[in-house]
Design a protein around this ligand. Structure first.
Ligand code: HEM
Length: 485
C-alpha cells in the first residue's frame, strides 16, 4: 500500500490509475489468450493486444500480414482483427472442407463493417435467398451471354483505350475501362443516358469503395465510412430506379439483344415468378462492383510481367494474331479467345498474385473441427487464404518465385494446370465461388489483345506506376517505369 501511495504521489493519481487499468487489461487478455488456445485445440497464433488485437498490422498490409504469419505458424493460425476472432487457413484440405461445409456449420459472414457495406449482397446471403440470387447471376454470366456481349465489351474497351492520353496510372485506368464496360453490358442504354449513368455510378462507387478501408465510424457525411454507407444506398436506389422504369415501360428496352439488367428482370426464379426490383438492384450492384477491381488487378499485373519478359510478350502477341489476325481486330468470340499460352500467362499471374487481397471470409455457426484437428469455435470467423504458402509450394511449382507461364501449358512441368481451381484458389470455390470467372478471363484477354496488338496504332503509350493499393503488391513496378506496347 505504501508503495502504491509513493507511486501515486510521484506519478500522479491519473497515471497510477492508467497503470492499474493496463495491468488489469493485460491479465484479462492473457486469460482470453489461454481460453482461445484451449478452445482451438492449441492452434498457434495470438489475439494481439486488448481491444485492437492485430487490426493495425492487418489493415496496413494484408498480404504481408498473412505471409509472415503463415511462415511463422504453418498452414493455420488464429488472431483478432476488426473486432472478430479469426482463424486463417491455407491448406488444400481445410479449404475443401470450408467450401463444402453445410450451412449448419459454416456460413458466409465477414467483419461487421464489411457486412454493413455489403448489406443484401449475394456474397453474404445464405440458404434459399442465396440459391435464388446465385441462380439468376449464374444465368446472366453464362458463356452464351458472355459470347453475346464480347463485341460490346470490345467496342467500349477500344474507345476507352484510344482516349488514354499520355502516361496513365495503369491500375486505375484499367479500372475505369472495365467499369465502363460493365456498365454497358449491364445497363445498355442509349449514348446520352449512358454517359450520365456511368458518371453517377462511378462517383458513387468511388465513395463506396473507400469505405472498406476507412475507420469504421458512421458519422454520416462527416466520416468516410458514413459516406460509403450512404453511397451504397444511393447506388442501389439509382439502379433500382432504372429497373422500375424498365418494368413500367417494358417495350422501350426490348429492342436488340437484352442487357444484363433486362435479363435479371425477366428471368424466372425457382418459384416461376420474376425477382422483385430490390433483389435485381442489389444483384446488379454486386455485379458492377465485383467486376472491376479484381480484373483490373489481374490485367495490370499481366502487363507488368509482359513488359518484363519480352519473349513471353512476343509469344502472347503471336498467339493473339493466330486467331485475331494482324489487321483491324475482327469481332472477338469465345472461340477466338481459346488461347492456351495466354491462359497460361493469366494463370501464372493469378498464382503469383491473386487479385483478392486477403482470403475468402466465412463464419462458424457451430464449433467446427478442421481436418487438421484444430477447432474454430462458434462465432469465430474463418479466412481461406488465396495466397501463400500453397501458391509457392516448390514441389507443385518448381522455382516457385519465377514467372514461368509454361508450367501451366498442358505439356508443362506442373500438374497444377489440370486442377487449377483446386490446387490454387484465386476464384474461391463452392457455393460462393466466383460466377464471373469466365467474364473476368475473357475481359482480361480482350484488354491484353487490344493493348499488345494495338490494331490501329492509335493507343498511346502506357506508363506503369507503383500501384497505390491498400496492401503491398507482391510485385511492384519500379517508380516511373514506362511500359510501351
Ligand atoms: C480476376 C477477376 C476476379 C477474381 C479474382 C474474383 C474472385 C472472386 C472470389 C474469390 C469470390 C468468392 C468470394 C467468397 O467465396 O467469399 C468471388 C465471388 C463473386 N464474384 Fe468474382 N472475381 C473476379 C471477377 C468477377 C467478375 C468479372 C464478376 C462479374 C461479372 C464477379 C462476380 C462475382 C460474384 C457475383 C461473386 C459472389 C458469388 C456468391 O456469393 O455466390 N467476379 N469472386
Amino acid at each position: 500500500m505504501s508503495l502504491l501511495w509513493r507511486l501515486a504521489s510521484r506519478a500522479g493519481p491519473a497515471a497510477l490509475l492508467a497503470m492499474v487499468l493496463h495491468l488489469y487489461l493485460q491479465r484479462r487478455q492473457a486469460a482470453k489468450e489461454k481460453a482461445a488456445r484451449a478452445l482451438t485445440m492449441n492452434l498457434p497464433g495470438t489475439l494481439g493486444s486488448y481491444w485492437l488485437g492485430e487490426t493495425l498490422a492487418f489493415a496496413a498490409a494484408m498480404r504481408e500480414f498473412e505471409r509472415e504469419r503463415f511462415a511463422r505458424y504453418g498452414n493455420a493460425f488464429y488472431t483478432h482483427v476488426a473486432g472478430k476472432n479469426v482463424v486463417f487457413v491455407a491448406d488444400r484440405a481445410s479449404a475443401d472442407f470450408v467450401y463444402k461445409a453445410p450451412e449448419t456449420l459454416i456460413q458466409a459472414g465477414t467483419f461487421d463493417t464489411f457486412q454493413a457495406l455489403m448489406k443484401d449482397s449475394v456474397l453474404l446471403m445464405t440458404g434459399r435467398d442465396h440459391r435464388q440470387s446465385r441462380l439468376q447471376i449464374t444465368k446472366v454470366l453464362s458463356d452464351a451471354q458472355l459470347d453475346a456481349n464480347l463485341r460490346v465489351l470490345q467496342d467500349v474497351f477500344g474507345d476507352k483505350l484510344r482516349a488514354w492520353r499520355g502516361p496513365v496510372e495503369m491500375h486505375s485506368a484499367l479500372k475505369d475501362v472495365l467499369f465502363t464496360g460493365a456498365c454497358r453490358v449491364l445497363f445498355g442504354l442509349d449514348a446520352e443516358l449512358f454517359g450520365t449513368v456511368v458518371r453517377t455510378l462511378k462517383d458513387l462507387s468511388a465513395v463506396y469503395g473507400k469505405g472498406f478501408f476507412a475507420l469504421p465510424v458512421d458519422l454520416g457525411d462527416y466520416s468516410e465510412f458514413g459516406r460509403a454507407l450512404q453511397a451504397r444506398e444511393q447506388l442501389v436506389l439509382f439502379i433500382r430506379e432504372l429497373a422500375v422504369r424498365r418494368r413500367s415501360q417494358p417495350d422501350m428496352y426490348k429492342q436488340g439483344a437484352p442487357d444484363l439488367l433486362q435479363l435479371l428482370l425477366d428471368l424466372r426464379n425457382e418459384d416461376g415468378g420474376v425477382d422483385d426490383v430490390d433483389r435485381v438492384a442489389s444483384n446488379a450492384q454486386t455485379l458492377l462492383f465485383g467486376a472491376t477491381d479484381t480484373t483490373a488487378s489481374l490485367v495490370a499485373h499481366a502487363l507488368l510481367r509482359l513488359h518484363e519478359n519480352p519473349a513471353v510478350l512476343d509469344r502472347v502477341r503471336a498467339e493473339f494474331q493466330s486467331t485475331l489476325g494482324t489487321g483491324p481486330l475482327p469481332a472477338a468470340t469465345l472461340q477466338a479467345l481459346k488461347l492456351p499460352f495466354v491462359d497460361a500467362v493469366l494463370r501464372e499471374c493469378l498464382r503469383l498474385r491473386p487479385p483478392f487481397a486477403s482470403g475468402t471470409w466465412r463464419t462458424a455457426v457451430a464449433d467446427v473441427t478442421l481436418p487438421s484437428g484444430y477447432v474454430v469455435p462458434r462465432g469465430w470467423m474463418i479466412s481461406v487464404a488465396m495466397d501463400f504458402p500453397q501458391n509457392h509450394d516448390a514441389e507443385a511449382f518448381p522455382e516457385p518465385d519465377a514467372f514461368y507461364p509454361n508450367r501451366f501449358l498442358p505439356t508443362g512441368s506442373s500438374a497444377a494446370h489440370a486442377d487449377f481451381d483446386g490446387a490454387l484458389n484465386p476464384f474461391g470455390r463452392g457455393a460462393h465461388g466466383c460466377p464471373g470467372k469466365g467474364f473476368a478471363l475473357a475481359e482480361a484477354k480482350l484488354l491484353l489483345a487490344l493493348i499488345v496488338l494495338r490494331p490501329n496504332k492509335a493507343f498511346p503509350r502506357l506508363v506503369a506506376v507503383p500501384q497505390k493499393w491498400c496492401d503491398k503488391p507482391a510485385h511492384e513496378a519500379a517508380e516511373g517505369m514506362e511500359m510501351i506496347f
